[in-house]
Design a protein around this ligand. Sequence first.
Ligand SMILES: *Cc1c(COP(=O)(O)O)cnc(C)c1O
Length: 392
Amino acid sequence: MPQPARRLDRIPPYLFADLDRQKRAVEASGKRVISFSIGDPDLPTADAVIERMVEEAPRPEHHRYPPYEGTAGFRQAVSAYYRRRFSVALDPDRAVVAAIGSKEAISHLVWAYVDPGDTVIVPEPAYPVYANQTLLAGGEVYVLPLAAERGFVADLEAIPQDVADRAKLLFLNYPHNPTGALADLAFFEQAVAFCRRHDILLVSDAAYVEMTFGQQAPSVLQVPGANEVAVEFYSLSKPFNMTGWRLGAMVGQPAAVAALKAVKANTDSGQFSAIQRAGQEILTAGAEQFVLRMNEVYRARRDLLVSGLRRLGWNVPEPAATFYLWAAVPGGDDLEFVQRLLEEAGVALTPGQGFGQAGAGYARFALTVSEAEIEEALERLAGVLPAMLPKA
Ligand SMILES: *Cc1c(COP(=O)(O)O)cnc(C)c1O
């Protein structure tokens, strides 16, 4: 057998393989694991989407190749939604391209811009796809660590001048996975000015833009002139419980949209048009109400988990957005901490190091677990957590 391409040697070994093995071992010993480690909504997709899909799936017009850039109906629905939700105008033909889930389009956008040796700025902790796709494409990752003291909002002033001058892409992701941090429009204004000054494409991953507790999260495209320097990834996965459907979009800077289309046209042939039609349904009507309802579910879970952990003596912060809770672990060793909770309590978290070295010392809970399961997890943790905490 030939060796796989050397580019595969550039991405770090899969940290979670070890944890999966440990999880299976705990389950094999007869203990049910309560898993907070997966950022995948546990509740069903909105009824309107499912009903539309059932209606559309048999129609022969959907059984042929869809248009590469996404159906006109879906792109128009994304455009209309951005106008309604953010007061942002997007030309459905030049500024919107459909994605087979945003992960696909994030990956292909990197391939559209990064030549070997090119620099990409990645604030970390982060969704691992930004750095790993950059490495696969032969690029160099400049890691910008996010500080708790700044509420995990990126300090763009800390980027050295030479890095800023040679970088091609800057990734931002607010509301933020894994920390639950929120950035305001003033921060996006600074980021747009920074990218304009240094001729960088600003890449905003808005996977959680709908998922906030209280104030609404902005789109980077609300900054005047942003569509000259920025693109944004919108995903139907998290807000509408559609991770399995694979549907999202990239919107914004038309030259970047054209570059992404060029890669995609040579790589994939688009998402099943019946799925695009079903996604169009929720964006056109019902999105806001569904999101409100889901955010209330996550808020109740968050409040239950935060108050429960604090009662046990672990003073975790309360996230302002997303369905994650990010906390510094007692003792400071996230891998060891996560392993102990798994083995001793049958409770699985994600170690912060899974999101880059800047995440070391933290762990992430995903609130994709019912309140009953959270109660059960808190009971189990009551048996092990207090012994791990520093004495008050
Ligand atoms: C889940 C997630 C995605 C991917 O979402 P899909 O649209 O399902 O591919 C992208 N970015 C972040 C930060 C995520 O957490």
